[in-house]
Design a protein around this ligand. Structure first.
Ligand code: CTP
Ligand code: MG
Length: 546
């Protein structure tokens, strides 16, 4: 392996650098060594929410209507940015423009001046989703409209990716191509925040302090363009003065925190289903360990999973975001491992006993801790400041405190070591690590950054970094653990064997060669149809009571 690593290192693209462009932080990871300032997670969420409040999404006849629409929007305020995206459904293509005003007064004025359709009976809801009536006789054309940004909002197909890989010169470059082409684009991130705000605004009258926050891969640095949108509805109102003599009359919460959580979600589901434009196919998955409602947002193409109250997933995203930003190799490596796992069928969109993308991200982070490339969570906990304290209410109604340092720039003496392995070397070491890691007797703790004894026998045990009594990978079966090990061994072996060959380039395609060829051929013959159509279900759905 050492020999292999040395040879792969010869292809090194760059030395490790902090990646301050993770996730929704928008700036692309380019091959230049350009660095960006680290934006703490809270600031990022706040600025994306504020940006969403200044934005409206308008369906237009075609991209060519942009000039007309943007000129019309200038009547309400200065337009800062405009993004075009389209959605295809069978043979129909719908076109949209996200208009970002400079100030919230612009979007508010646009909404105040908008009307409801008079042609059909509609629920007269106000939201940021509109359509633009064409006026062919007198299109409104002004010269000072901003340039229309066009960014990818759909993932490339397997064959398009292969085409892209064929143009790169090394495995490391393949991984970067994969990352840059699959990761969430700026427009995809904006759409997610507008979807969250639509829900929040719908309940603002009753719950003025409530927030609907995106979490999971939409914000943690590991999101793909077609990832689902995980949302949490936070009802708690922490901001009120505790000593006021005027107290609101309100209803008592009855039953356990889980039962009232289920009831609230049921009511929210009705509002989503009957009132909110764009939201279709609402499903109530209320008996899961974490009750959620799931719906498709037809005007953004995003599949949404809404849970209520428990912010642990949100804080977990902050933690992952920190690691994604810590070193520029972290996110591309996670993408490569997820891609390999998908192609080798280790992950599966249907719920079950297999590893999930979230589990894979933690496996990569643990491996990087072992390599001393990223610090342990305990290091971050030790260096936390008072403002880093995070509190959430778990599924049993218990308050849990989980502070960790949120600003990378303040991190000192972290116990990591200089490491200039390139992505191909790291990928190879990752496979080698899990080909021999004793999952049977050891649990993985990202808190300590070490393997520990399993507290109970589950085939795969990854300590939940925030709720330490829980196992993140409780669903994974003995067979799937073994398959992971075997596939990792096969991958490490394939990489090692490639070194003896005189072939010019050995890349991701070679790594997943046989699996991908099978998939592409069964795709052509329609063999994978049922599989591809299976709706995506997250790990949180796996622990059903019934
Ligand atoms: N989560 C958690 N504990 C679990 C499962 C999930 O804390 N046992 C949180 C994590 O923050 C995770 C988020 O819920 O990122 C969303 O879960 P999921 O959608 O399954 O994973 P993602 O990371 O969003 O990945 P994907 O792109 O597959 O949606
Ligand atoms: Mg998700």
């Amino acid at each position: 392996l050492l020999h292999a690593c040395k040879c792969f290192r010869a292809n090194a693209l760059r030395s490790p650098k902090r990646n301050y462009c993770a996730a929704a932080n928008e700036k692309p990871l380019s091959d230049s060594s350009q660095e960006h300032k680290f934006v703490p997670f809270n600031q990022l969420i706040a600025s994306r929410r504020e940006e969403a409040a200044r934005s409206i999404i308008v369906q237009v006849k075609s991209e060519n209507s942009s000039q007309d629409l943007l000129s019309y929007c200038l009547n309400f305020g200065e337009v800062k940015n405009a993004f075009y995206y389209s959605l295809s459904n069978n043979d129909n293509r719908s076109n949209f423009i996200l208009v970002e005003f400079k100030d919230e007064s612009g979007s508010q004025a646009a909404l105040c001046q908008s009307s409801h359709s008079t042609k059909e009976c509609v629920v007269p809801v106000q939201s940021s989703f509109l359509w633009f009536r064409s006026n062919l006789k007198a299109p409104c054309l002004k010269s000072n409209v901003p340039q229309l940004h066009i960014q990818p909002n759909t993932s490339p197909s397997d064959s398009q990716l292969l085409e892209l890989f064929s143009k790169s010169s090394s495995l490391s470059e393949d991984v970067l191509v994969l990352y840059n082409r699959l990761k969430l684009s700026d427009i995809a991130t904006r759409l997610r925040f507008v979807c969250a705000l639509q829900l929040e605004n719908a309940f603002r009258g009753m719950f003025p302090a409530s927030q609907v926050l995106p979490f999971g891969s939409s914000v943690n640095g590991f999101g793909k363009i077609n990832s689902d949108l995980d949302l949490v509805f936070e009802l708690t109102d922490h901001q009120r003065p505790q000593d006021s003599r005027l107290v609101f009359h309100s209803k008592s919460l009855l039953g356990t925190s889980k039962t009232h959580n289920q009831r609230h979600l049921e009511t929210i589901a009705d509002v989503v289903q009957y009132f909110l434009p764009g939201c279709t196919n609402t499903r109530r998955i209320l008996r899961a360990r974490v009750p959620i409602i799931r719906y498709k947002h037809d005007l953004t193409g995003i599949e949404c999973d809404l849970s209520s109250t428990n912010l642990s997933g949100f804080f977990m995203s902050e933690l992952l975001y920190f690691f994604a930003a810590y070193d520029r190799r972290v996110a591309p490596l996670v993408f490569a491992v997820r891609y390999w796992a998908k192609q080798t069928n280790l992950t599966n969109p249907a719920p079950g006993k297999w590893v999930t993308n979230f589990t894979l991200s933690l496996l990569v982070l643990f491996f990087l801790q072992y390599e001393k490339i990223i610090p342990s969570i305990e290091t971050l906990v030790q260096q936390r400041r008072p403002q880093d304290e995070r509190v959430f209410v778990d599924d049993n109604g218990e308050r849990i405190s989980c502070g960790f340092l949120a600003d990378i720039d303040l991190l000192k003496s972290v116990g990591t070591e200089p490491n200039d392995d390139d992505l191909s070397v790291l990928l190879m070491k990752f496979f080698d690590f899990y080909a021999s890691f004793d999952l049977r007797s050891c649990a993985i703790s990202l808190n300590t950054g070490t393997a520990i004894m399993k507290p109970v026998y589950d085939p795969m045990y990854i300590v939940n970094p925030l709720e330490k009594a829980l196992n993140v990978s409780r669903n994974v079966s003995v067979e799937e653990c073994e398959r992971l090990r075997m596939q990792a061994r096969e991958a490490a072996w394939a990489m090692e064997c490639s070194l003896g060959k005189a072939k010019q380039k050995w890349g991701l395609t070679d790594l997943i060669d046989s699996h991908l060829t099978n998939k592409l051929s069964s795709h052509r013959t329609g063999g994978m149809k049922g599989m591809r159509n299976t709706p995506k279900v997250a790990v949180k759905d796996l622990f059903r009571d019934d």
